[in-house]
Design a protein around this ligand. Structure first.
Ligand SMILES: O=C(O)CCC(=O)C(=O)O
Length: 273
């Protein structure tokens, strides 16, 4: 579901100002940098990142290092949207920012998010907040309607690759629709929805802030792939001693050592293309 104008202009400006500063800072770096609690890099740059043409593509858990992002994701409009979906008790799991610089060759292959962090039940909503306009030209998110009822392995050849069924990617593209919108809109996406995105062929950044919220009684079965210093955190209602189970059999992921799943996907898919 797309919610237009989910944040006011001043919040949007403050989030983008902080992101501008991080992109500026990245000019002084030649590779991934900063540390998440598990030792992986917090800031992930594309292989062709340079000082002149910075290509900072992901920031893991901006809530750990920015009051502006923490207040927005914990106290802003999204926790209440999760309450509307799942009831009063909501946990903020983890967050990340994805940036596609103009002319960036960074694309994302079809995957579902749930297989990265299987939970005891599927009450997990992925909020994808548009920090910039989203167009087909700049590589907006594309989703496969109805795919939240489908299940695909994200393992290939004995390795967790973070990609759903590589041999079905063309079929997924044939069924996919683009989610275009304006800066300030948010897409609420089921944790099982297949999604992907193409490269940015426009002259401006494509910027997206993503955060997962779960019902408090939906418990992750393993570590978060982007661990946070300050969470997971109950952002509405109360924590619970009870856990709600669903009877589904789920494939567990591998706790991969690569800094981001973009690298995992590229390792598998670049070879196949
Ligand atoms: O940034 C995109 O286009 C896709 C993001 C995504 O799927 C993710 O970060 O989990």
């Amino acid at each position: 579901m797309l919610v237009p104008g989910a944040a006011d202009a001043s919040a949007l400006a403050a989030l983008n100002k902080q992101l501008d500063a991080w992109i500026e800072e990245s000019r002084g770096q030649t590779g991934n940098y900063g540390r998440l609690p598990d030792g992986k890099a917090r800031f992930d740059v594309e292989p062709d990142h340079t000082a002149e043409a910075p290509r900072l593509r992901r920031i893991g858990n901006p809530v750990d290092i920015s009051d502006v992002y923490r207040e927005f994701l914990w106290d802003g409009p999204f926790p209440d949207m999760a309450v509307d979906l799942y009831g009063p008790d909501i946990r903020c799991e983890y967050s990340r920012i994805n940036v596609k610089a103009p002319g960036s060759g960074f694309k994302v292959y079809f995957h579902q998010d749930h297989p990265f962090e299987p939970h005891t039940n599927p009450d997990v909503v992925v909020t994808l907040f548009f920090l910039s306009d989203m167009t087909e030209e700049n590589g907006c998110l594309c989703v496969v309607p109805g795919s939240h009822r489908e299940r695909y392995s994200h393992w290939q050849d004995g390795k967790f690759t973070g990609t759903a069924a590589p041999d079905k990617q063309d079929d997924f593209w044939a069924r996919a629709i683009p989610v275009t919108g304006t800066a300030g809109d948010v897409l609420l996406m089921d944790t099982w929805m297949l999604h992907a995105s193409r490269v940015n062929q426009s002259t401006g950044d494509r910027r997206m802030l993503i955060c997962d919220y779960a019902a408090a009684d939906s418990i992750a079965r393993g570590p978060m792939k982007i661990p946070t210093d300050v969470g997971p955190k109950i952002v509405r209602g109360q924590d619970t001693r009870t856990v709600r189970l669903c009877g589904e059999t789920l494939e567990m992921p591998e706790n991969y050592t690569e800094d981001t799943f973009f690298i995992l996907q590229e390792e598998k898919m670049a070879a196949a293309e």
